[in-house]
Write a protein that binds this ligand. Structure first.
Ligand code: NAG
Ligand code: NAG
Ligand code: NAG
Ligand code: NAG
Ligand code: NAG
Ligand code: NAG
Ligand code: NAG
Ligand code: NAG
Length: 609
């Protein structure tokens, strides 16, 4: 009963108080509002911005929900400085001269959701500075001079979802620095002065979804850098002028949907590190000196929708570069060195919705006809591509041309091989032969050489396609004989020219039984061409050789090997092959018959046990 009256009285008092508060609210006078702050009692906001304050005023209204103390000259925050502000939701102390934040400064701010300390002069954050902030969701400490994060710096912030710490001087992040951040989803760091990826520290962040390195000072991204971040969806690394490579397993363990690595020094698309990211949707490699996107190497990125490679050094996007990417809808390669972009690069140009191709030295010919045809379906981001190389179409804009004009203007000329005179060459074994294949066409044709089995020849090896279009056969062997084909092709078609080579074997004779070069080359000859070729020795001489020459030869060689074997075992040496030069005895005896020229010293390479 007594209690009831007391409660009643209290309710009445409460009502009176509310009434008074209401009056105060409308008149906006009763709220304590220290000079030079401005208080908005409706929004429960205290704005002390630009107030020349050197300390935070301590007679602030307890009811305040928002406190803005930006652009002052505060240097220090002391223990329990804000303990009365239990209702405060947001506090902004950015743009001051803060160098010291004492342990327990924020004790009592039990409702605080957002704390901003950006653009101050903090060098170190003592462990315990962030105690008493159980509900904090966003912490902004960017643009300070913080050098390191100590163990347990953030341990009391179990509700924290986002840390912004870009633009600091971090040189070290301790292994336990992020312990206790059990809700952290987004982390912005500055790695400009870090000497390693803080893999251990990051592994504490079990629910992290988004990680941004605003700078990175490394030259290579090591294997397993992010191995425990299984929930990470977005990784952004930018401004890494020294970063040249991503190791093969650097992104191991990640299942990203978005990956950005821009303003770095990558000279190639990191195909291998990326290939396991089958859920990747967004890839940004802009502002890297990448020169090629090769054909058929991105096919594993099944779900890729967007590729941004703005401001690179792209010279060519290969045919089939985006093959297999059935969801691909945005390509932005503006500000590169591309002369063309062929429809064959895409799985299908029908899925493509946005194309950034401006600021490239484009050659307007039939290869870009598809862009003109699809120009009404494509979003060029307000900058449609223009022609750069053709005099006739210089500066011409892809949106200018009417449907009728196209066919005559964007044309290609089929390749034509100019030197069509038959090239039939007969040479002796061991000579070097060059075949010519000079072609023209628009665009300039690409020259391929095919061997007699119609397999393409590469620019390396004994028989190679030179970069100037010629074919070179060095130290011709009889099995090289046959018809080679030069194929010059461009977007408009192809032209081909057969040339033939006949290599005469060395005159074979029974007086020349040990032509070891020919003998050892024989197993590699392709039977299809040279199956019926006469062997450079006959059976009788072989038997003779085996019995007379080789037995004694192998005898002495075996002694050598046994010696080398024991010697290498005793020295624990790792070399397992030995090359031995020798001159067969019978060769010396036959040299006076004029065949000595061919009897050079020969070599064996043998594997040691
Ligand atoms: C706080 O005051 C500053 C300076 O008077 C003003 O620019 C700013 O807009 C104010 N902030 C809010 C949230 O009212
Ligand atoms: C961090 O790196 C910047 C340049 O990237 C340099 O100017 C600065 O002095 C470095 N800071 C420390 C603490 O090493
Ligand atoms: C970028 O890489 C190239 C070699 O790929 C190297 O020559 C150059 O010095 C690098 N740039 C920087 C800033 O390290
Ligand atoms: C990284 O992993 C790849 C693939 O396993 C391996 O080839 C490479 O040598 C490793 N690199 C380093 C620096 O350990
Ligand atoms: C990878 O991420 C995708 C979507 O982001 C998700 O559907 C898939 O289950 C994840 N895979 C693994 C192995 O976590
Ligand atoms: C390509 O990227 C550049 C730079 O980010 C941007 O300005 C442009 O609008 C983009 N183009 C398209 C077609 O999205
Ligand atoms: C191509 O280069 C090779 C070797 O450098 C030379 O022998 C040949 O004459 C050149 N071909 C043409 C067409 O200039
Ligand atoms: C050359 O063009 C013809 C059709 O004109 C085509 O069938 C053939 O496959 C092409 N050859 C090469 C090597 O591209």
């Amino acid at each position: 009963m007594f209690d009831g009256i007391a409660v009643h009285q209290r309710l009445c008092l409460g009502a009176l108080y509310l009434l008074a508060a209401g009056v105060a609210l409308t008149s906006e006078t009763r709220w304590p509002c220290p000079q030079p702050c401005r208080c908005n009692t409706e929004l429960l906001e205290v704005n002390c911005s630009h107030g020349q304050l050197s300390t935070v005023p301590n007679d602030l209204a307890k009811e305040a929900k928002l406190l803005n103390v930006t652009h002052n000259i505060i240097k220090t925050l002391v223990h329990q400085q804000f303990q009365t502000l239990t209702q405060l939701l947001e506090m902004d102390l950015s743009d001051n001269l803060l160098a010291v934040v004492e342990v327990g400064t924020f004790l009592g701010l039990q409702s605080l959701l957002t704390l901003r300390l950006a653009r101050n002069q903090l060098k170190i954050i003592p462990v315990g500075a962030f105690a008493g902030l159980p509900n904090l969701q966003l912490l902004d400490i960017s643009s300070n001079e913080i050098l390191l994060f100590l163990d347990f710096t953030f341990r009391d912030l179990a509700a924290l979802q986002c840390i912004k710490a870009a633009d600091n001087d971090l040189v070290f992040i301790s292994h336990q620095a992020f312990t206790g951040l059990t809700s952290l989803q987004e982390l912005h760091l500055d790695g400009g002065n870090l000497t390693a990826v803080p893999t251990e520290a990051l592994s504490q962040l079990s629910v992290l979804r988004s990680l941004h390195f605003h700078q990175l000072g490394l030259t290579a991204l090591p294997n397993y850098s992010f191995r425990h971040l299984v929930h990470l969806k977005e990784l952004v690394i930018s401004h890494c002028p020294w970063l040249e490579t991503l190791s093969g397993n650097s992104l191991f363990g990640l299942n990203l949907t978005s990956f950005t690595i821009r303003h770095c020094n990558l000279s190639a698309v990191p195909y291998i590190p990326l290939h396991h990211l089958v859920y990747l949707v967004y890839l940004d490699l802009s502002f890297n000196p990448i020169t090629y996107i090769h054909g058929n190497l991105l096919g594993d990125l099944l779900r890729l929708q967007e590729l941004h490679l703005v401001g690179g050094s792209l010279l060519r996007i290969g045919i089939g570069a985006f093959r297999g990417l059935t969801h691909f809808k945005l390509l932005n390669v503006s500000r590169n060195l591309l002369t063309t972009l062929e429809a064959g690069a895409f799985q299908s140009v029908d899925t493509l919705k946005t194309l950034g191709l401006n600021n490239n030295p484009l050659a307007c010919d039939c290869r870009l006809l598809w862009v003109v045809r699809r120009r009404l379906y494509l979003d060029f981001g307000g900058h449609s591509p223009t022609c750069a190389t053709s005099v006739q179409l210089q500066g011409w804009n892809f949106l200018d041309l009417s449907e009728v004009e196209q066919p005559g203007l964007l044309t290609c000329r089929q390749p034509r091989i100019i030197n069509r005179k038959p090239q039939e060459v007969k040479v002796d074994q061991g000579h070097t032969v060059v075949f010519y294949c000079i072609s023209d066409g628009d665009p300039l044709p690409f020259v391929n050489w095919l061997d007699p089995q119609l397999r393409p020849l590469s620019p390396i090896g004994r028989i190679r396609a030179l970069s100037n279009g010629s074919l070179e056969v060095r130290y011709a062997q009889p099995q090289d004989s046959g018809t080679y084909l030069c194929v010059a092709s461009n977007a408009a078609g192809n032209d081909s020219l057969p040339v033939s080579l006949h290599v005469r074997a060395f005159p074979s004779s029974s007086k020349n039984p040990f032509h070891l070069k020919g003998w050892f080359a024989f197993p590699s000859a392709s039977p299809g061409v040279n199956g019926n070729q006469k062997l450079p020795f006959d059976v009788k001489t072989l038997v003779m050789a085996a019995t007379i020459g080789f037995l004694s030869f192998f005898g002495s060689v075996s002694v050598c090997f046994i010696f080398i074997f024991f010697w290498s075992k005793s020295k624990g040496q790792i070399k397992h092959t030995a090359t031995i030069a020798y001159v067969p005895r019978s060769a010396m005896s036959s040299s006076n018959r004029g065949t000595g020229n061919y009897m050079e010293t020969s070599r064996f390479t043998m594997k040691l046990i």
